[in-house]
Design a protein around this ligand. Structure first.
Ligand code: MCN
Length: 796
């Protein structure tokens, strides 16, 4: 029997290969390639006066040095603005190599190509760039004050300003019996995947084609960008994502300067060229996220029900805005979580600073929004003296109110409508899992023993599976192998396993027979990419649609061979059989592989299955038309899924923490998650995703921050100083599932890839506040931050 049904917690098929060192990552490719290295700006803000390469020219093994002046055609133009929006009135993107000005430490100024990386780095060291120093804008407050400007022609440093409203929130708050105001902050962080960025390019002059390997989350988009930039027909450009050692958002940015420059140089030099990012480069030249100040004003009744919510966000977008307003708009549209806000007003200012550019990092604006909403819920509970879960429950959208229309516009321009979810049931589950109702007794006991413990909760709703589309290809080979391809890339989410599960379930074949390819434009050309927790919803459904088409055709072809009605047939364990027929009964079943042979009028004599096919009409069946009009040979189909709108996953986390009275160290004693991503394809993989997300969330809550000094120098650009949690800091994550299938897609799936990270800062802040007796309003919180807060609150 097939054991690969939807919902089975099977182990990830890709792991044996990856865990035994057989993965093929970017740096495993192209050992004979020339190496590229970059001279990057040491200043946060400066004009480039001149570049002197004289000394570098003597370096043995040097092949080429390029500055902006060398870049031809569109390669010399600014990189594309990926998601324009009318609110983005002053969008700016960088040049592949800085033209006249640098706007953050780490911006690429000169590219060197040499026989190997050592030589390239040596040459870089001998290049003298003269700069005219300009005063930098560092931090959101400095950007907001606008005493100095990042870009001369951007007044107030504001790249974008947007107001979203449903009702008159300000009047509703003014008229409310209770009003609270909160000032909140989330510091800047970054996704720091284990494998940094990298790109390898080979130009085939005879074939006039370019093959690019890149560690990306969106190979088809890179292909489109490269074709446009380099002036090549798209079908002459192949982009392949090999194994990708994590992306977490940073690798959706496309094209990177390096991703354009390396292929451009490969064409120009007629040689293979490769660049592999080092860790320091990753910190200062890839992208960051988080980084917001928020002001919340909320009005509520005496039961804690929201009457009006008014949120202002100041978002640090760094030096450039290739992704437009995507992060702050996600914050303001998704912070509402599972609640009915009454009247709602959200306003954001996206601000330039002379720091690394900000693009989405796992969670993408939602952790900030969740922090604002959940800190507000706790503040209301504290103000009214009501249990924190009770205030939340009173504001929940109820299951019978679904679909729930917020009267707002989602970030994709469609209406913000939640499709499904049972928030009261999720709350019940999380309370039970963490033992919420028993905690008060434990807290009192612990306090009596001189211990400080606290419990926290955080709820979120996440728009997942954003469009416009994703596709899938499914083919049954004549040896019974099922080949599956999607253009969507994979960075560790287990797609090889889950997509195989979908196909195995739809086609009734053993999962071992299914082989999945992702992220290779040679295999599938139409795709959007892996981000926004969309792969399961988008490619999962597209692949299911393709598999259903293959199944329908297989049943039709088998029906002809077995002289049975297709409706009376099923596929079990790779064999088409008449429903209810005893196993092995003559004339009642036919292997799917044989059906694939029968579906192709050109039957090769050497085909393994051709002989078996003879009993169903001979190796070449001349009595039938080769391919009927409108039909195609073989068992292969392509399917596309395009959602009417996003589907909204939800979840609730709760944590118990202990804070050390002397050292102010924060320990997480328990961490519990209840998550609802609709129909689960693979619960084990979803749990892995949740655990990984929580680990990143713990980093964001307690350890990780980008520390810039006033000159715009990143002070912790290494893993010695940028503190990522080890397994010793990440708690055991206790997980339970709630399943409310989405009515919007055939499989009822909602996304899960980012959920783990979204509420963690809010939950830890809630728990630390509970332990300490004062409200934590800024994350991350280190022991010294907590110590300072204690001093401040003890003197108040
Ligand atoms: N899944 C499932 N059933 C569901 C929903 C999801 O079995 N109902 C499975 C999916 O099939 C997939 C995984 O869970 O294998 C995550 O699914 P999904 O929510 O669709 O997210 P994506 O696959 O689109 O992954 C993107 C998401 C994002 S946005 C970031 S950032 C992120 C993340 O996934 N980066 C990651 N998880 C990561 N995990 C790893 N190891 N590395 C990264 O870079």
């Amino acid at each position: 029997m097939t054991t690969s049904m939807l919902g089975e917690p099977i182990a990830r098929r890709e792991d044996p290969r990856l865990l035994t060192g057989q993965g093929r990552y970017l740096d495993d490719i192209g050992h004979r390639a020339l190496a590229a290295a970059f001279v990057r700006s040491p200043h946060a803000h400066a004009r480039i006066v001149d570049v002197d390469v004289t000394e570098a020219l003597d370096v043995d093994g040097l092949v080429a040095i390029y500055t902006h002046d060398d870049l031809e055609g569109r390669v010399g133009e600014p990189l594309p603005l990926l998601i324009p929006h009318e609110a983005l009135t002053h969008g700016r993107t960088p040049y592949a190599l800085a033209k006249d000005e640098v706007n953050h430490v780490g911006e690429a100024v000169v590219m060197v190509v040499a026989t190997d990386r050592y030589v390239a780095e040596d040459a870089c060291e001998r290049i003298r760039v003269r700069y005219d120093f300009l005063p930098p804008v560092v931090g959101i407050e400095a950007a907001r004050d606008a005493a100095l400007l990042v870009h001369d022609d951007v007044p107030g440093n504001v790249s974008a300003h947007l107001v979203q409203e449903n009702g008159d929130a300000r009047s509703a708050i003014d008229a409310a019996p209770n009003v609270l105001e909160l000032d909140l902050a989330i510091e800047r962080s970054a996704s720091t995947p284990l494998e940094g960025r990298g790109v390898h390019a080979r130009w085939d002059a005879d074939d006039h084609s370019l093959r690019v390997y890149t560690s990306t989350q969106a190979s088809t988009s890179v292909r489109a960008a490269l074709a446009a930039k380099l002036g090549l027909p798209p079908d002459r450009v192949e982009v392949i994502a090999p194994d990708v050692g994590g992306g977490f958002g940073v690798k959706i940015m496309h094209p990177w300067p390096e991703e354009v420059l390396v292929p451009w140089a490969a064409i120009r030099l007629g040689r293979e060229v490769k660049w592999t990012e080092d860790r320091r480069e990753h910190f200062v030249s890839a992208t960051h996220e988080r980084g917001q100040l928020q002001h919340v004003r909320v009005g509520f009744d005496d039961e804690g029900r929201l009457l009006g919510l008014d949120v202002t966000v100041w978002h640090d977008n760094g030096a450039y805005t290739p992704y437009g307003i995507i992060v702050p708009i996600i914050t303001t549209t998704q912070l509402l979580g599972p609640y009915k806000p009454g009247a709602y007003r959200a306003e954001f200012f996206s601000l330039y600073t002379n720091t690394v550019t900000v693009t989405p990092y796992r969670g993408a604006g939602r952790p900030q929004g969740c922090f604002a909403m959940e800190r507000t819920m706790d503040a209301i509970a504290e103000h009214l003296g009501v249990d924190r879960t009770v205030v939340r429950e009173r504001n929940f959208i109820q299951p019978d109110e679904m679909p729930f229309d917020h009267g707002l516009t989602f970030q994709d321009g469609r209406p913000l409508i939640y499709d499904s979810g049972d928030y009261p049931a999720t709350l019940e589950k999380i309370k039970k899992l963490v033992g919420w109702d028993d905690f008060a007794a434990f807290r009192s006991e612990a306090r009596a023993a001189g211990r400080r413990v606290g419990i926290g909760i955080g709820c979120y709703v996440e728009g997942t599976g954003v469009g416009p589309y994703e596709g899938g290809f499914v083919k049954v080979e004549t040896d019974g192998t099922v080949v599956v391809a999607t253009g969507l890339t994979t960075q560790g989410q287990g797609h090889q396993t889950v997509f195989a599960q979908v196909v195995a379930a739809e086609l009734g074949v053993p999962i071992e027979r299914v082989a999945v390819t992702t992220g290779d434009t040679r295999r599938f050309g139409y795709a959007v990419g892996t981000f926004a927790s969309r792969a399961a919803v988008m490619s999962g459904n597209a692949i299911a649609i393709a598999a259903r088409k293959v199944r329908d055709k297989a049943l039709r072809v088998a029906g002809e061979a077995l002289e049975a009605d297709a409706r009376d047939l099923e596929i079990v364990d790779g064999t088409v059989r008449v429903v209810g027929s005893p196993p092995g009964a003559p004339g009642t079943s036919i292997p799917l592989a044989t059906v694939a042979v029968l579906a192709n009028p050109l039957r090769y004599a050497f085909d393994r299955e051709a002989e078996r096919a003879t009993q169903f009409g001979g190796p070449v069946d001349v009595s039938k038309p080769p391919v009927a009009e409108g039909d195609s040979p073989g068992l292969e189909e392509t399917g596309y899924y395009s959602p009417p709108r996003s589907t909204f996953a939800n979840g609730m986390h709760a944590a118990i923490v202990e804070t050390d009275p002397d050292t102010a160290e924060i320990s997480i004693l328990r961490y519990c998650v209840v998550h609802d991503c609709g129909t689960l394809i693979n619960p084990r993989i979803v749990e892995g995703q949740i655990h990984g997300g929580v680990a990143q969330g713990v980093g964001g809550a307690l350890y990780e921050r980008m520390v810039y000094d006033d000159a715009g120098q990143l002070l912790n650009a290494s893993f010695m100083d940028f503190l990522m949690p080890y397994s010793t800091e990440v708690p055991v994550v206790e997980t339970d599932h709630q399943q409310t299938p989405s009515p919007l897609n055939p499989l009822g799936i909602k996304g899960a890839g980012e959920a783990g990270v979204i509420p963690v800062s809010a939950v830890i802040a809630s728990a630390v506040s509970d332990a300490e007796g004062f409200a934590v309003t800024r994350m991350p919180i280190s022991p010294s931050d907590l110590h300072e807060l204690r001093l401040r609150h003890s003197s108040e």
